[in-house]
Design a protein around this ligand. Sequence first.
Ligand code: FAD
Length: 501
Amino acid sequence: MNFTPIKNIIIVGGGTSGWMAAASLSKFLSHKNIEIHLVESNEIGTIGVGEATLPGILDFNNSLGIDQIDFIKKTKATFKLGIEFNDWKNIGTRFFHPFSNYGQPLGGVDFYQIWQVLFKQGKASALENYCLPSILARQNKFSQPNPNTTSPLANYHYAFHFDASLYANYLRDYSEARGVIRHEDKVTGVNLADNGFIAGIKLEHAGDLAGDLFIDCTGFKGLLIEGALKTGYEDWSEWLPVNSAVAVQSESTTEPTSYTKTTALEAGWKWKIPLQHRIGNGYVYCDKFISDADATQKLLLSLDGKPLTTPKVIKFITGRRKKFWNKNCVALGLSSGFLEPLESTSISLIQTGISKLLMFFPDNSFNENDMDEANRLAQVEMERIRDFILLHYKLSQRNDSPFWNYVQEIPIPEALQQKINMFKHRGHLIKNEGESFGDASWISIYNGFNIIPETFDLRVEQFNISALGQQLEKIETTIKDAASYALHHQAFIDKYCKADL
Ligand code: FAD
């Protein structure tokens, strides 16, 4: 066994995952005397999408000591209170998935249980009215949660939309200032040691570069984790059949929304991600149901403003690398798998991948227990997210195209079926280890698809219903008042964090 410390880390790839890894490792391993190299090729470039995030991005940036205002200005970011889903249940329907809870538990009983009883009796209004970020989003406003308040109603989360290439540049500056050595070069081969570990990489211009630990951030191709180590890929397209996307940037014609917008289309769905200086648009689809050319045409016709880039078609297979950590190689970002971007989970998975690497940071013996546990956690996390995304398709009632008929008939994993059954029966949630999405997320999707439980938590009966009705009314009014004081999203940006455009 070689218990010597890691002295040399080689990150291959300079997209979002590569630079997030470089920034985090250079910060958290600064006391370790480890040399960190990052190799990227401008000629190959990055995927150029991936601009909507989850609230954990704030924790990531905060952990690096990044100033939020500076980050927003330099990445031309906007705020994201959640995701608006249009035409998902049926054409003409809309619901919102907020990063926040609904109402507040009363007497130890979940708010949703109380709400569903009162709603059925006509004593409560739409669920959305009990969630401040949902109301802010509906009015296209933004306000920061107040850290000094004790009200759970004001204790919500938000995320960002940002320009992915500007974020990579931002983290590059951060990393290089902390000693990360960048190589603008192309990897042309991988040297394996006798034990099958990676000994080094061959660079087109600079020759061989040896290392102890390798981070594969090379995108879908997984140059090290798959190309060299043949780790294998679990194909999940039987559950998540979308396999293509066409992406294009366009001019903004209106104020940016404080949320991501998704709209279900005949063979998938489209996204609209507003930044301060432009909009990111894309159509995610299954190419068995629409051609690339038709999807591109549909997307271009639906743009609000003039296209700023040539539409780019991207092909993928939903699924996961069988091991995110194999021998002395850890895969982050697209090289570790991809679940389609519906719930903006990829950047968040990069973050949690980096956390696992730091939590189980190896020496040169690469302890199997550490790696097995990190791989187990990564697998559970991906499976839970897969099921959450799958829920959106399974619950749809659209029957206007072969794609929607097909996705509703897909047999789903047992764990998800149990969750759906539980909710349909009593409105309770089954919570498993490794869930990335909390109660409010699951409830917003069930409710958005109009799943009405057959029965409820009988503890609600202990309360006086008319007193509960008054409490709900008070919550609704408090939220309405709070929203009326908030600034419009654009006005908030202009006041606090406007970028140089
Ligand atoms: P890439 O950006 O592809 O970077 C790969 C890097 O490896 C590049 O620097 C490249 O030059 C380098 N490289 C490759 N080969 C070599 C070589 N031989 N030598 C040297 N360097 C090499 N995620 C979200 O969280 N939110 C979203 O809204 C979202 N939307 C998405 C929409 C679509 C259609 C797709 C496909 C993905 C989306 N994602 C989203 C995922 C997100 O794009 C990625 O997680 C993120 O961009 C990270 O990509 P990456 O760094 O792994 O790969």
